[in-house]
Structures are given as C-alpha cells and as structure tokens.
Design a protein. Structure first.
Length: 285
C-alpha cells in the first residue's frame, strides 16, 4: 500500500481538472543532452487531445459516491467481490474524473516522473550506466548495487514537492525500486526489463491515486490485517493486469527516442490504461 499520507480524497466540488495542477515539465529529460530532443511534435495521431488544455466541464454533485461505495464493498469482502472493484474503478474514471482524458491530466506529477525515468533509461541504453550517472552528477553511485543506484535516482526522477500528486509519484517510484529483484536486472536494464520497470511504475501510480481518491475508507471495512492484505493484493493485481494488457507502445528503440517521443509514450500509456479500466466492467455485460 502507498506510503503517502492518507487524505479524504478529492471532494465533489473540486474541479475535474484543479487549477493548481501543473502540467508535466517542458524542459529536457534527465540522462540526455541538449541534442537528444529535436523540439518537434512527434506525438502520434490522436494524442494531441491528451496534452492540450481544454475547458473542463463543471463537476457533478457527489461524483465520487458510487466509486467509494463500491470500493468499500470490495474491501469489506476481503477482495472477493471483484465486481465491486471493477465498478469502483470504472465509476472513478467515468464520473469522478469525467473520463479517461481527465484522469490522465490529473496525474501531471506521475507523468513527469515516468518521462524522467524513461529519459534516464534511454541514457543507460545509449551511453551506459556510468556515463549517464556522470552526466547526472551521480558518479558516486557507479559500481553500487542496482537498488542503490535506483534509490539514488529518486531526486532526479521525482519532483521534490509537497503536493499529493508529487507524493504519489515518489511513493510509486520507491515501491517499484523495492521490487527490482523480480525484474531480473543484473547490470544495464535491457529493453524488456526497462518496459517491466516502466509498467510497474505506471501501475503503482494508478494504484496509489485510487487509494487516495476512493480507497481510504475501505480500510475501515476490512475485518483484520489478513483481509486488508488480501484485498490489497487483488486490487494491485487488477490494476497491473489492466496496465499491461492495454500497453501498445514499443520501447525496443528507446535509445533513439527524442524527449517528445518519450512524453508521447507516457501519455499514451496512461490514456490506454485509464480507457481500459473504464471499459472493463462494461465489457462483462
């Protein structure tokens, strides 16, 4: 479960896209140099609506009520009522945020961190770990364990801020680092391993976002620690499968990608994940 402090989540009167929510950074990604990004717009067709600000619709009254109620039912069942989980996530996307496009835009800090991570991995693949660390002024990490290197990259990848969105990204990165052993990385992550780490991070950011927005009260309905662990495991598995099943990008040529290419991949990955999470319950009918 996420380590960020619990909140009551967004209130129904909160705008669908809060005015304080920052869009992802526009500067160069870490791990590269000034020549990496061509400054062009390499976003694939149909992706412009993800990153272009739009006038948000006014929020619906009690728009989180159904999602939170269903998540509480799922938690109270000890993870057995998977239909309630699917309804909770669908209703969060559809009613709580006003659709997958808004759900993507609400995750500005996570999108920035995901782009930063891919920027660093691009440097690893193109220039090697040692040279990339030198460029990031982290030469002291050269020769250290993989986990030490990834922990040392936290400040490079995640914003050091106090907003919930920034805390979600940081927690998700640290949770990803904690499970590095399962990716089988020995020295430099290959394309498949890079993809695994990237998708794990994306899934963790979505999990923690949902816990913060609709899942806090769910802990009150679990009977004991065993129930909490069970519904947490079921919840995480559900989100991770959706992220992996919806992923359509190709990271085998990451070393040749521009910054704009990387940011487009990140936005597309979030958009496809939220799209699938919104539709999964409907497809069962």
């Amino acid at each position: 479960m996420g380590t960020s402090g619990r909140t009551k989540g967004s209130q129904s009167g909160t705008p669908l896209i809060p005015t304080w929510l920052d869009e992802p950074q526009t500067g160069p990604l870490p791990g590269g140099d000034e020549d990496v990004s061509d400054g062009g717009n390499d976003a694939p067709d149909g992706q412009d609506d993800i990153v272009r600000p739009a006038i948000p619709l006014p929020p619906e009254p009690v728009r989180f009520q159904s999602a939170r109620g269903n998540f509480s039912r799922f938690a109270g069942s000890g993870g057995n009522d998977r239909g309630a989980l699917r309804r909770a996530v669908r209703d969060y996307v559809r009613s709580g945020t006003g659709g997958s496009g808004n759900a993507v835009r609400r995750m500005g800090g996570s999108r920035t961190a995901a782009s930063n991570a891919l920027g660093v991995f691009r440097g690893f693949q193109r220039d090697g770990v040692q040279e990339t660390l030198r460029r990031l002024n982290l030469e002291n990490l050269a020769g250290r364990s993989l986990q030490d290197v990834f922990i040392g990259l936290t400040e490079v990848i995640c914003r050091d801020g106090g907003s919930v969105d920034e805390a979600i990204a940081r927690d998700a990165w640290l949770e990803t680092v904690a499970e590095l052993d399962r990716f089988g990385i020995e020295e430099t992550p290959n394309s498949d391993q890079t993809c695994e780490v990237f998708l794990s991070f994306i899934a963790h950011t979505i999990e923690i976002r949902l816990y913060q927005e609709i899942g806090v009260k769910g802990f009150q309905y679990a009977e004991d620690i065993a129930n909490i662990e069970e519904f947490d495991s079921q919840f995480r598995s559900y989100i991770e499968r959706a992220v992996r099943d919806s992923f359509s990008s190709d990271l085998t040529k990451l070393s040749a990608m521009s910054d704009d290419d990387i940011k487009a991949v990140v936005d597309r990955t979030y958009h496809e994940a939220w799209d699938l999470l919104e539709l999964l319950r409907d497809r069962e009918r």
